[in-house]
Design a protein around this ligand. Structure first.
Ligand code: AMP
Length: 111
């Protein structure tokens, strides 16, 4: 399977890892949409968060725990966490990933 996030998770594409606990890794988004924009992903391949939740619900919790850790490390006073599921929702990489964004104000509803 040709999955860019699998390659990052398994060290085949070198990136600056912000977190690696054996289950979950985190790294900077290539095209940041906020001063802080980090992707937090499971090492195991699942096409989206729904599939991940069905197979490994504890890993979904772990993604959010790592997001809070990274937000706290950066002293963010607020942050947004987002999973996009499906092309119509903006998903472009089909390996589940949690976006952590902060460092600016966000509008609601999301565009
Ligand atoms: P999504 O549109 O929700 O699927 O998010 C995919 C995200 O992955 C986008 O924000 C991209 O900028 C980001 N991205 C794609 N390729 C890479 C890469 N090699 N390294 C870091 N971020 C990437």
């Amino acid at each position: 399977m040709d999955c860019i996030f699998c390659k990052i998770a398994h060290g085949e594409i070198p990136v600056d890892l912000l977190h690696d606990d054996g289950t979950v890794v985190a790294f900077h988004d290539l095209a940041p949409q906020a001063p802080t924009h980090i992707l937090i992903i499971p090492k195991e391949h699942h096409a989206n968060v729904g599939n991940l939740a069905a197979a490994s619900p504890e890993t979904v919790g772990r993604l959010f725990a790592v997001a809070q850790l990274l937000a706290d490390e950066r002293s963010l006073d607020g942050h947004r966490t987002v999973f996009n599921t499906g092309e119509s929702a903006g998903q472009s990489v089909f390996h589940a990933h949690l976006h952590l964004m902060g460092g600016r104000s966000f509008t609601w509803p999301a565009g």
